[in-house]
Every structure is written in structure tokens, then in C-alpha cells.
Design a protein around this ligand. Structure first.
Ligand SMILES: [Fe+2]
Length: 136
């Protein structure tokens, strides 16, 4: 849910069509992840948790209280790396929890692999953004 809201909130600041399509695809996948969790929570008779504190404070928390300017691509990618790393950790823990439920586990593995692809995309684009800054 957090990733979906975060990436959707950053779409207006993106610098070109390629980056916009990459974010759109990530948002699409994060929405599928969120829908899966909502469905499973409903099946087990729970409500989906609500996020409190807003995106900025959650983002700051993920970065260890460091305040970053998210109008720069470099900082958006750094936040993306932090968010995706956290999501991968979460999926690892959930896979262990859901070990007895192969259908749920399979979905969790797939979601975790989506997050790993996102992480690699952010890392690669951070490298390019950093080298562009250094070459100017
Ligand atoms: Fe992701």
C-alpha cells in the first residue's frame, strides 16, 4: 500500500516518458500486490491496515530520519531502494510465516521477486543519475 501511494505521488515529478512508463508498471504491480493482501485479509476476516502519519514521515522513517528533497531523481531512487529493500525483507518474513500454505507462498515469492526487480531498476537508475551529475 505504501509503495503504491508513494510511487503514484511521485509520478508528477518524473523527467521523461521512459521513467513514467517504468513508474506506471511498478504502480500496476504494487496495486496487484495490495489487492492480493486485501483479498487474503478479507478471507481471514481481517480489515486492511490503514497507514498513519503520511507519506513524508513514513519515507523519513525508512531512511532513518534523514530528510531528503524528493524533487530530485537521485533522492527518489534512494528512497525507492530503501522502500524496496524493506518490502523484500517483509516478503521473506511472510514466506516463512505462510510456509504451510503453498498457494499464498507462491504469490509471496512472486511478489518478492517483483520487488527485487524494482530494487535493481532503482539501483541501476541511481547509478545513471549519479554519473550524469558527476559528468556535468
Ligand atoms: Fe516494488
Amino acid at each position: 500500500m505504501f509503495q503504491l501511494n508513494l510511487y503514484a505521488s511521485q509520478k508528477g515529478a518524473l523527467q521523461n516518458e521512459y521513467i513514467e512508463h517504468a513508474y506506471e508498471r511498478m504502480i500496476e504491480l504494487e496495486r496487484q500486490h495490495t489487492d492480493f493482501f486485501k483479498l487474503k485479509l478479507e478471507e481471514f476476516g481481517h480489515e486492511a491496515p490503514k497507514l498513519s502519519g503520511g507519506l513524508t514521515s513514513l519515507a523519513g522513517h525508512l531512511l532513518g530520519g534523514v530528510a531528503l528533497d524528493f524533487t530530485t531523481a537521485e533522492n527518489r531512487y534512494k528512497l525507492g531502494i530503501a522502500v524496496e529493500t524493506k518490502a523484500i525483507e517483509m516478503y521473506r518474513a511472510l514466506i516463512m510465516e505462510a510456509w504451510e500454505y503453498p498457494d499464498i507462498c507462491q504469490r509471496l515469492w512472486h511478489n518478492m521477486i517483483d520487488e527485487e526487480f524494482h530494487l535493481l531498476w532503482y539501483k541501476d537508475n541511481l547509478k545513471h543519475a549519479t554519473s550524469l551529475i558527476q559528468s556535468t
